[in-house]
Design a protein around this ligand. Structure first.
Ligand SMILES: [Zn+2]
Length: 306
């Protein structure tokens, strides 16, 4: 991470915020993207229009300090090699989810814009516009948890709300934790008027979005079930980070998990339920676009992208 990258990233954001059309008619929010973009992937959830929006990438060394903590890096490397991946680096994608329908424009998580440790991310607004949506059209944002790669994009570097008309939904324990996080101290007063805290597991928009408490990653981490008629999609947040390591070895310790034993139990339970019930999942850190299912494989699971 270099200062020049930070400045360049901030310049892009400032430029994007500066071209927000005050007098131009807004693009219709209900229409999926007309122009193809590598950062946008459209799919359906029943009658709802869903779009994966690429914010960027995160990566870290396979040094035994993030995935498989307490194990030799060769254990993680063996899994990565078997999947045809580089063994020295663990790469994560980052794609918030856009859902349009029922007169709503919903965004699940807000990306990592402005977060210094995520220099390869922060492209969410460009992807959103490529999908035909202006930030001011977003009506509701559902935050899985308050880590920087999920809440960073809520506020511009200048301290202004990125999505000025959106209600920000977050579980009550997560909101309490976010307000106590000194790293987010500048962001908290900006978002406070827009936050609607819910009790874990609440039906937030009945028939459309229901919270699913997934304990352990943070104090109030939440997945979200999105429904349209009989169709369902489960947005899993950071229940599982890596599409190979987290899925095949859900019990291995991950440094990102605040309460690792609880997170490991939650991860295994969710993956088991998903495999047993053939649930359709959306994983914001799996390879873009992150839509698929898991199957049982031995003592673990395997990711089957759509
Ligand atoms: Zn994350």
């Amino acid at each position: 991470m270099t200062p020049s990258k930070t400045i360049a990233a901030m310049a892009v954001l400032i430029a994007l915020s500066g071209c927000s059309p005050k007098n131009e008619p807004a693009a219709p929010a209900a229409a999926p993207a007309a122009a193809p973009s590598a950062d946008v992937f459209n799919f359906k959830i029943g009658a709802l229009d869903a779009t994966a929006l690429r914010d960027g990438n995160l990566e870290g060394p396979n040094d035994g300090k993030t995935f498989g903590v307490g194990r030799p890096p060769s254990d993680v490397a063996a899994l990565l090699k078997a999947a045809g991946l580089a063994t020295d680096t663990l790469k994560l994608s980052l794609q918030p989810l856009l859902v349009r329908g029922d007169g709503k424009v919903l965004l699940f998580d807000a990306g990592a814009a402005g977060i210094s440790w995520a220099p390869q991310a922060g492209k969410l607004i460009a992807a959103l516009r490529a999908a035909g949506v202006e930030p001011a059209q977003v009506t509701d944002i559902f935050i899985s948890h308050s880590h920087g790669d999920h809440v960073g994009g809520l506020v511009h570097p200048g301290g202004v709300l990125t999505f000025p008309n959106a209600t920000i939904h977050m579980s009550a324990p997560e909101w309490t934790a976010m307000k106590a996080d000194t790293q987010l101290a500048a962001m908290v007063p900006v978002v406070t008027p827009k936050v609607a805290a819910f009790q874990p597991g609440a039906a937030i928009l009945p028939g459309l979005v229901t919270a699913v408490a997934v304990n352990g990653h943070t104090l109030g981490h939440s997945a979200y079930e999105i429904a349209s008629g009989p169709e369902r999609l489960l947005y899993i947040g950071d229940t599982a980070h890596h599409f190979v390591v987290s899925v095949q070895k859900p019990d291995w310790t991950v440094a990102y998990d605040g309460d690792a034993p609880t997170a490991q139990a939650s991860r295994r339970a969710l993956l088991k339920r998903a495999a047993d019930q053939d649930l359709r999942l959306y994983a914001p850190h799996f390879p873009f676009p992150g839509v698929g299912r898991v199957r049982t494989q031995g003592d673990g699971f395997v990711w089957a992208p759509e």
